[in-house]
Design a protein around this ligand. Structure first.
Ligand SMILES: *[C@@H]1O[C@H](CO)[C@@H](O)[C@H](O)[C@H]1NC(C)=O
Ligand SMILES: *[C@@H]1O[C@H](CO)[C@@H](O)[C@H](O)[C@H]1NC(C)=O
Ligand SMILES: *[C@@H]1O[C@H](CO)[C@@H](O)[C@H](O)[C@H]1NC(C)=O
Length: 289
C-alpha cells in the first residue's frame, strides 16, 4: 500500500511546472531594507536607520517626535512591520504604522499604539478611513508585552477586505461593503507612514495621564519592513503562502479572530450605540467573523 501511494505521489511534469511557477511567485519580496524602501521625513535627526538598513529607530522628546514613510505608493498589498514599543512609562506617546493616500477625501488604514503609564497596557488602535471619513475604530489590549520584544504587525489590503494581523493572528477584518453603500478604499494608492509623537491631550486614559518628559527621549524600534504589492506595470509579488490578493480567513484563523475580539477588544465602534445614536454603520450589522 505504502509503495503504491508513494508511486502515485511522484510528480508529473504538469505538477512540476506549476510548482516552479508557484516558487517563482514566492521570491523577491520588497524586503527589509529601510535605505531602499523608506525615507525619513521629519524629526531633525531623531529618526535613525540602524543595523545596515534592517532597522529604524524613532525618538520623541519635549521638542519633537519623528517619522518616516515608504518611498513608493501602493494600490493594495500586504505590509508587514516588526515593532518594539517604548518600555516603562510611555503615557502620552503614540507610535504609528499606517497607510494613507494624499489629498482631499483621503483613504487611510491605521495601526496606532497608544502608550500608558508603567504597568498599564498599551492600547492598539485600528481605524479605516475611506473618502475622508473614518469613525471605524476598534481597540485592543495585547496578550503579550509589546515593549519586551519585536512583534509583527501586518495590514493585508485587497479588493475584498482589509485584515489587521498581530504575529499572523487576525485581530480585525473590514470587509468591502461597497455594494451596500459603505465606501471602501479601492482607488487611491497609499504610502506607508510611521511616526512617534506626543498626543497626551487624548491618547492615554482619555488624556488624563500626561507625558512624563523626565523619561525622554522615548524610543520605538522598527525592523523587517516588507511590502508585497503589484508594480505599476502589473507584475505582482506574492510572498506568503496565503497570497494577499485572495487572502481570506480559514476556519482556524476565524477562531483566533473570535478569541481576540471576545477577549482582547476594549473598544468597538460597532457596539457604541451612544456615539452612533442614529444606528451603527451598515457593515456592523453583518456577522463580524
Ligand atoms: C526639554 O528637555 C530638556 C532636556 O531634558 C530640558 O533641558 C528643557 O528644559 C526641556 N524643555 C521644556 C520646554 O520642557
Ligand atoms: C491604560 O491603562 C488603563 C488602565 O489599565 C486602561 O484602561 C487603558 O485602556 C490603557 N491604555 C490607554 C491608552 O489608556
Ligand atoms: C520580511 O521578509 C524577510 C525575508 O523574506 C523575513 O525574514 C522577515 O521575517 C519578514 N518580516 C516580516 C515582518 O514578516
Amino acid at each position: 500500500m505504502a509503495i503504491f501511494s508513494n508511486l502515485k505521489a511522484l510528480p508529473n511534469p504538469v505538477l512540476l511546472l506549476s510548482l516552479l511557477v508557484v516558487l517563482a511567485c514566492f521570491t523577491s519580496p520588497s524586503a527589509a531594507n529601510f535605505h531602499k524602501t523608506a525615507e525619513i521625513t521629519w524629526g531633525d535627526g531623531r529618526a535613525k536607520i540602524i543595523d545596515g538598513g534592517r532597522g529604524l529607530s524613532l525618538s520623541l522628546d519635549n521638542s519633537s517626535g519623528s517619522g518616516f514613510q515608504s518611498k513608493n505608493e501602493y494600490l493594495f498589498g500586504r505590509f508587514d512591520m516588526q515593532l518594539k514599543l517604548i518600555p516603562g512609562n510611555s503615557a502620552g506617546t503614540v507610535t504609528t504604522f499606517f497607510l494613507s493616500s494624499q489629498g482631499q477625501g483621503h483613504d487611510e488604514i491605521d495601526f496606532e499604539f497608544l502608550g500608558n503609564s508603567s504597568g498599564h497596557p498599551y492600547t492598539v488602535h485600528t481605524n479605516v478611513y475611506s473618502q475622508g471619513k473614518g469613525d471605524k475604530e476598534q481597540q485592543f489590549h495585547l496578550w503579550f508585552d509589546p515593549t519586551a520584544a519585536y512583534h509583527t504587525y501586518s495590514i493585508v489590503w485587497n479588493t475584498q477586505r482589509i485584515i489587521f494581523l498581530v504575529d499572523n493572528i487576525p485581530i480585525r477584518v473590514f470587509h468591502n461593503h461597497d455594494s451596500s453603500g459603505v465606501p471602501f478604499p479601492k482607488s487611491k494608492p497609499m504610502k506607508v507612514y510611521c511616526s512617534l509623537w506626543n498626543a497626551d491631550d487624548w491618547a492615554t486614559q482619555g488624556g488624563l495621564v500626561k507625558t512624563d518628559w523626565t523619561k525622554a527621549p522615548f524610543v520605538a524600534y522598527y525592523r523587517n519592513f516588507n511590502i508585497s504589492s503589484c508594480a505599476a506595470g502589473g507584475a505582482c509579488d506574492s510572498r506568503s503562502e496565503n497570497s494577499w490578493q485572495v487572502y481570506e480567513l480559514n476556519a482556524k484563523e476565524r477562531n483566533r479572530l473570535r478569541w481576540v475580539q471576545q477577549k482582547h477588544m476594549v473598544y468597538n465602534y460597532c457596539a457604541d450605540n451612544k456615539r452612533f445614536s442614529q444606528g451603527t454603520s451598515h457593515e456592523c450589522k453583518r456577522s463580524r467573523f
